[in-house]
Design a protein around this ligand. Structure first.
Ligand code: FAD
Ligand code: NAI
Length: 475
């Protein structure tokens, strides 16, 4: 006899586990099936984000930032460090501990909220009257019936054609987060978010890093002024970034890897490195879901087709997170998960796609929300811009980190904030104020009139809002 649930969530990443918790809070009986295995073969809830994404990458970014500070900046404070070295094994052990704390935290949350967890791989068997039969294969093999199914199976790294990941020489994000020595020469393909974050980690620890990017523009999705500042900062730090290249054959040997490519001038080049990280985007996880058994519609990329409310073509089947359209971000997946659980309960779950912030956790950090200048120009929308540099912010000077600026874009007539773009210290935290402001449809003047603590980096946000009206106080 199959076990019956109101809601079955397939996938225990940020989209799935949050959907499961919210559905349980709303009074439904909920099962969550997740296939991720830790090194011992046990469950490791949290998906890509917790195991090989957001959390471990931020742990390594933190460790490598400490190393960089000690090496290059402590002396300014009068702190002398002798015999500085990096113990990579210890750095990885700390990262693994942080990951495990998060895995265990989600298991605890499932118990607390009475979500039934199944460790294994979920797939559709068939549609039933008023529900679906789901098979669980693996450690906790079972058959489940659910009235509502939420597909939250996430995404996997995309490989270069002819250069499969061996996680030894050709690394995906998984291998990049497990490197147990600092490579002398590290090559990366793709100067997107993973390329820059992972490139920064290993550069700080001493690797000579080269990033090959196919597009002629650097970080084309960012406000151009921010992208320009970022390029300046990263190349000054020593990241070698080549734009507009066409990558050809990749060959591995016992000692390294070589990448044939054509540069922007059309010249044939070879890049030799100890390791290669390929970070050229990700593909949705739908193979193994047996979507065809129930006629679940997928697009040409293999993503589950959904409408603005995360409804699929099948009644009672929903999909959220990386497996559907939209930015591949953990907080976007979570928002969709919560909204779907609320819609199942007949509530008006809502995701505002215009106020989903983006962050790149490099140094300087980059964060943005809403529209950038190029987008506003393309839309023909009249806007005013206000920029305030961290160089003129007292807290940034005290921190010794004055790179970058805060930039506001506001409607020329109503002064409504249309976008905020930050490059500089703690941009990931500062962006939250802009998100709140935009959610409340605030004007730039609203922020300019709010008291911000002194000295704080957030004063740069207030000053950028003042700059929209050309009346900064400290610049
Ligand atoms: P996932 O996290 O991929 O989870 C899906 C889960 O479903 C996995 O556990 C998978 O094993 C499981 N699964 C798949 N198929 C089945 C099946 N048939 N049955 C059972 N289980 C199944 N985003 C940010 O917002 N901030 C960041 O700082 C950030 N850093 C990142 C760094 C890296 C290196 C990477 C790779 C990604 C990063 N991301 C970041 C992106 C973020 O990890 C994803 O957007 C997020 O994890 C998507 O959540 P999800 O729940 O949709 O899918
Ligand atoms: P990405 O989409 O950010 O960047 C991929 C880059 O590779 C692009 O610049 C693209 O032009 C380039 N590229 C693609 N094919 C290429 C080729 N054949 N040769 C050379 N260059 C090529 O993807 P990335 O970095 O792999 O990250 C995947 C996802 O993970 C992103 O969508 C991102 O949302 C998410 N992520 C988010 C983070 C964050 O929020 N801080 C951190 C890391 C990842």
């Amino acid at each position: 006899m199959s076990k019956q649930f109101d809601v079955i969530v397939i996938g225990g990443g940020p989209g799935g586990y949050v959907a499961a918790i919210r559905a349980a809070q709303l009074g439904f009986s909920v099962a969550c099936i997740d296939a991720w295995k830790n090194d011992q073969g046990g469950p490791a809830l949290g998906g890509t984000c917790t195991n090989v994404g957001c959390i471990p990458s931020k742990a390594l970014l933190q460790s490598s930032e400490h190393f960089d500070q000690a090496k290059n900046h402590f002396a300014e404070h009068g702190i002398a460090v002798e015999g500085l070295s990096i113990n990579v094994a210890q750095m990885l052990a700390r990262k693994n501990m942080v990951v495990k704390q998060n895995n265990d935290g989600i298991q605890y949350l499932f118990k607390k909220n009475k979500v039934t967890f199944f460790h294994g791989r979920g797939s559709f068997v068939k549609a039933l009257e008023g529900g679906y039969l789901i098979n669980v294969a693996g450690p906790m093999a079972d058959a489940l019936v659910g009235r509502h199914i939420i597909v939250a199976t996430g995404s996997s790294p995309r490989a270069l054609p002819g250069a499969a990941f061996d996680e030894e020489r050709i690394l995906s994000n998984e291998g990049a987060l497990r490197l147990n020595t600092v490579p002398e020469k590290l090559a990366l393909i793709g100067s997107g978010v993973i390329g820059l974050e992972m490139g920064s980690v290993w550069r700080r620890l001493g690797a000579q890093v080269t990033i090959l990017e196919g597009l002629p523009t650097f970080l084309g999705m960012l406000d151009e002024q921010v992208a320009k500042e970022a390029y300046k900062a990263f190349t000054k730090q020593g990241l070698r970034i080549e734009l507009g290249v066409a990558v050809g054959e990749v060959a591995t040997s016992e000692n390294g890897v070589s990448v044939l490519y054509t540069n922007a001038k059309g010249e044939a080049q070879v890049l030799e490195a100890d390791r290669l990280i390929v970070s050229i985007g990700r593909t949705p996880n739908t193979t193994g879901l047996n979507a065809a058994a129930v006629g679940l519609q997928l697009d040409e990329r293999g993503a589950v087709v959904v409408d603005g409310d995360c409804k699929t073509n099948l009644p009672g089947v929903w999909a959220v997170g990386d497996v559907v359209r939209g930015p591949m971000l953990a907080h976007k997946a979570e928002e969709e998960g919560v909204a779907v659980a609320e819609r199942i309960a007949g509530q008006h779950g809502h995701v505002n796609f215009n106020t989903i912030p983006g962050v790149i956790y490099t140094s300087p950090e980059i964060a943005w929300v809403g529209q950038n200048e190029q987008q506003l120009k393309a839309l023909g929308r009249a806007y005013k811009a206000g920029v305030f540099p961290f160089m003129a912010n007292g807290r940034a000077r005290a921190l010794g980190d004055t790179t970058g600026f805060v930039k506001f874009l506001a409607d020329a007539t109503s002064d409504e904030i249309l976008g905020v773009h930050i490059i500089g210290p703690q941009a990931s935290e500062l962006i939250a104020e802009a998100v709140v402001a935009m959610e409340f449809k605030a004007s730039a003047e609203d922020i300019a009139r709010i008291c911000h603590a002194h000295p704080s980096l957030s004063e740069a946000t207030k000053e950028a809002a003042l700059a929209v009206d050309k009346r900064t106080l400290n610049f």
